[in-house]
Design a protein around this ligand. Structure first.
Ligand code: F6P
Length: 325
């Protein structure tokens, strides 16, 4: 292996830059050439100026920055055989013989198909705030995202307390509740509605119907975006329809969770996974995702990282109810 390429794809996450830096510097330390591909799979298909030669200075002063210096995209064209053929031709034209892809579910789905068609060795580093990939305890960006969410919840708590209101706070996570569950525990929210735990929403209504008997003057409810079609607004509508004069507000935290300077945890995680991905390629590994399980570096086939279900920690789910008294 003489030259590798690195790119970021899908939803950006804080720590992607730290990972790019680790990939580039580990490659150089091992006498590999390295290029960055701008805009993920889109740039791989378009070629030309999207392929950028990188050296150790190209990744200076980025470890603390959110977003991704290589930019990102969600490419529909890469889902077609024609798009992947163009991408392959561009990799060959740029003499790339190994790939490190940084991204989430969609990125590794594409990487798996591409590897099976063209056989270019590829290792993934899990970069997504959602933490929904099997084969790693944490994904790059998750820790920063939950800290952002908790900071917001702390602020919402001040105004909720002042006005004695219920706040429904919707957090990201697509089909997964990892962000919502962690933020509920850390932010001291009373209830959480998760995509993984299918509950009758009348439970939420009943909770607030009986609320006048409790001493609590305000409440924070976390709604994971994948829990119900319509999200927190839908739950709010239901509560208002059932409970007269229900005093509530909805906050959709949205893409704020994707930005910001990565936490120290995410920087260390990203550095270990980026370096580990390059070292894995050098050892002849391919078609796998790098991860940390129980703080140990490990590799999981892309297929399993995408298709096996990562479970929520049942102990955290249980504790939400324990604390809610
Ligand atoms: O996968 C990361 C994520 O932020 C999800 O939590 C969210 O559902 C989705 O991306 C939003 O995607 P987009 O930025 O394309 O709207």
């Amino acid at each position: 292996m003489k030259k590798i390429a690195v790119f970021t794809s899908g939803g950006d996450s804080p720590g992607m830059n730290a990972c790019i830096r680790a990939v580039v510097r580990t490659a150089i330390a091992n006498n590999l050439e390295v290029c960055g591909i701008m805009q993920g799979y889109k740039g791989m298909i378009e070629g030309g100026e999207n392929f950028v030669e990188m050296n150790s200075r190209s990744v200076g002063n980025i470890i603390q920055r959110g977003g991704t210096i290589l930019k990102s995209s969600r490419s529909k064209e890469f889902m077609t055989p024609e798009g992947r053929k163009k991408a392959y031709d561009n990799l060959i034209a740029n003499k790339v013989d190994g790939i490190v892809c940084i991204g989430g579910n969609g990125t590794f789905t594409g990487a798996e198909i591409f590897y099976n068609e063209y056989g270019i060795p590829s290792i993934g580093a899990p970069g997504t705030i959602d933490n929904d990939l099997y084969g790693t305890d944490f994904t790059i960006g998750f820790d920063t995202a939950i800290n952002t969410a908790v900071e917001a919840i702390d602020k919402i708590r001040d105004t909720a307390d002042s006005h004695g209101r219920v706040f429904l706070v919707e957090l990201m996570g697509r089909h997964a509740g990892f962000i919502s569950l962690a933020a509920t525990i850390a932010g001291g929210a009373e209830l959480v509605l998760l995509p993984e735990v299918k509950e009758d929403h009348s439970k939420v209504v009943n909770f607030f119907k009986g609320r006048s008997n409790s001493k609590k003057s305000f409440s924070i409810v976390i709604v994971a975006e994948g829990n119900v079609e319509g999200g927190a607004f839908k739950i709010d509508e239901m509560l208002k329809a059932e409970i007269p004069n229900f005093e509530s507000r909805v906050v959709i935290l949205g893409h704020i969770q994707r930005g910001g300077s990565p936490t120290a945890y995410d920087r260390v995680l990203a550095s270990r996974l980026g370096a580990g991905a390059v070292e894995a390629l050098l050892k002849g590994e391919e078609n796998k995702m790098a991860g940390l399980m129980n703080n140990k570096f490990c590799l999981t086939p892309f297929y399993d990282s995408i298709h096996s279900k990562k479970e929520l920690n049942p102990d955290l789910v249980r504790l939400v109810d324990v604390f809610n008294c």
